[in-house]
Design a protein around this ligand. Structure first.
Ligand code: ADP
Length: 476
């Protein structure tokens, strides 16, 4: 029987199969089918969330804690099963899919605790005999629009704080990963979340996502995805007086200085650039290497790249899964060919044949490129990186910051002074020293600067800045 990922609206699963859910590792064997919502389905989901808000916003934080904590435990227990669903429809390796699922469980548990940790402030008034109290309240109905590349972690890190702080939710996951979102929502249902608190609507961004942004009954939108879509959403929300938070792209630099431990640098770049098939907004895509070690670095990195096993996501020997779909595959290949046309020498980047027909591509490194080349200006979102030669540390820092993006920025060095200087001067929301630019902790803020992010940070205790609104009370 074909599996159907359905909508979950007001506590009911519904929707007929309307779209095949492709398996990028094996195009002959789809993962299942997915329902596709129209705006009438969305309206019902919004109505359910509105109705549930009065009781959920008044629910004891202990109740919210217990449900999120139980959901976290269930996700952790079922991480293998969830990882299989995730890796089947998204294409990251099973180890990565299981790891991401476990992360979602930890996130649910962290925000279970946050429900109990929400505090206010009491301060002295400037007027005698008056008390001032600052409290935080839920915003209302929150619309969550999520991408395909972290199909369980990103929905979890948005819906967990939303629910923890008493909001109700309409979640619209990416078209390519409906089954993972449905599996996560089913676990929250099993954990006892009352009907209407969390609603799942599957469908197209241009229809359902846009209607969420336009709805006057959704009070805030949290979005993760591409820059053009995010910019459009931010502008539309501003025009409607709606709170908005957008996490968008990256073109993350990794500086490798001559004094770096070269094996540490190669390992960090291999992981940061190519793991998860390079489909991470925090991927290291510009490897900025000091001239004196550039050739040695390239020799070691390409040797390591050549050993990476590209293949079916569920095959235990696979290190790099397929690209998510045909459109992204063509885009990645076009960037590789474009870099060659711009004069770069490229290692790898070819289509790979495997036992099954899928979107397999060998990781690509464009060698000795210049900062102005298209491959160094635009986010690729695939297993593609480039090297740029820097004359010295100052030159490397200038190249690192020469981008419209500012999500994550890395440096490999054994110099304390240079690492501290870089941490201070990198124009990015996250800075990594001797670590890949990708790979973050769940309990600390996540987000960037410049074109990468808009609005308050996600995750950790900072999530409350978006998912609550402040009230200042005066008592005479
Ligand atoms: P990607 O290239 O990663 O798919 P998108 O920005 O296109 O990035 O998609 C991210 C999420 O935004 C997806 O859930 C998608 O359906 C949704 N989306 C796309 N277009 C719109 C839109 N106009 N309004 C709201 N959501 C949208």
């Amino acid at each position: 029987m074909t599996k159907i990922a359905q909508h979950y609206i007001n506590g009911e699963w519904r929707g007929a199969a309307a779209k095949a859910n492709e398996n990028p590792s094996d195009l002959a064997t789809p993962v299942g089918d997915s329902a596709q919502a129209d705006t009438a389905d969305l309206d019902e989901a919004i109505d359910a969330a509105k109705l549930a808000f009065s009781s959920w916003s008044a629910a004891s934080p202990q109740v919210r804690h217990d449900i999120l904590d139980k959901a976290g435990s269930l996700v952790l227990e079922r991480q293998k099963q969830l990882g299989e669903i995730l890796s089947s429809e998204e294409g990251k390796t099973l180890a990565e899919g299981i790891g991401e699922s476990a992360r979602a469980g930890q996130i649910l548990k962290f925000f279970a605790g946050e429900a109990l940790r929400l505090t206010g402030e009491r301060v002295a008034s400037t007027r005698p005999g008056v008390d001032v109290e600052i409290t935080r309240e839920p915003i209302g109905v929150v619309g969550l629009i999520t991408p395909w590349n972290f199909p369980i972690a990103i929905p979890a890190w948005k819906l967990a704080p939303a629910i923890a702080f008493g909001n109700t939710v309409v979640l619209k996951p990416a078209e390519l990963t409906p089954a993972t979102a449905a599996a996560l929502v089913a676990i929250l249902e099993e954990a006892g979340l009352p009907k209407g608190v969390l609603n799942l609507v599957l469908g197209k961004g241009s229809i359902v996502g846009q209607a969420m942004v336009d709805s006057s009954d959704i009070n805030a939108i949290s979005f993760t995805g591409s820059v053009p879509t995010g910019r459009g959403i931010a502008a539309a929300c501003a025009g409607r007086g709606k709170a908005v938070q957008c996490e968008m792209g990256g073109k993350n630099p990794m500086v490798v200085l001559a004094d770096a431990d070269i094996d540490v640098a190669v390992a960090a770049c291999l992981n940061g650039a190519f793991f998860s098939t390079g489909q991470r907004c925090t991927a290291s895509s510009r490897l900025i290497v000091e001239r004196s070690i550039h050739d040695e670095f390239v020799a070691k990195l390409t040797a390591a790249m050549g050993k990476l096993v590209v293949g079916h996501a569920l095959d235990a020997s696979t290190q790099i899964g397929p690209v998510v779909d045909a459109g992204q595959f063509d885009k990645d290949r076009a960037y590789v060919e474009g870099a060659k046309a711009d004069g770069a020498e490229v290692f790898g980047g070819d289509a790979v044949e495997a036992a099954t027909k899928g979107h397999f591509m060998a990781p690509a490194l464009a060698i000795n490129t210049t900062p102005d080349m298209k491959i160094n200006r635009e986010e690729v979102f695939g297993p593609v990186a480039s090297t740029i030669i820097a004359d010295d540390y100052d030159h490397a820092l200038a190249i690192a910051n020469d981008t419209e993006f500012g999500l994550s920025s890395g440096i490999c060095t054994t110099s304390l002074a240079k690492s501290r200087h870089f941490m201070r001067h990198a124009q990015a929301g996250m800075v990594m020293v001797n670590l890949p630019t990708a790979g973050v902790d769940p309990h600390v803020p996540f987000g960037g600067r410049k074109a990468s992010s808009f609005g308050p940070r996600e995750q950790g205790s900072y999530a409350r800045h978006f998912y609550t609104t402040v009230k200042t009370g005066y008592v005479g």
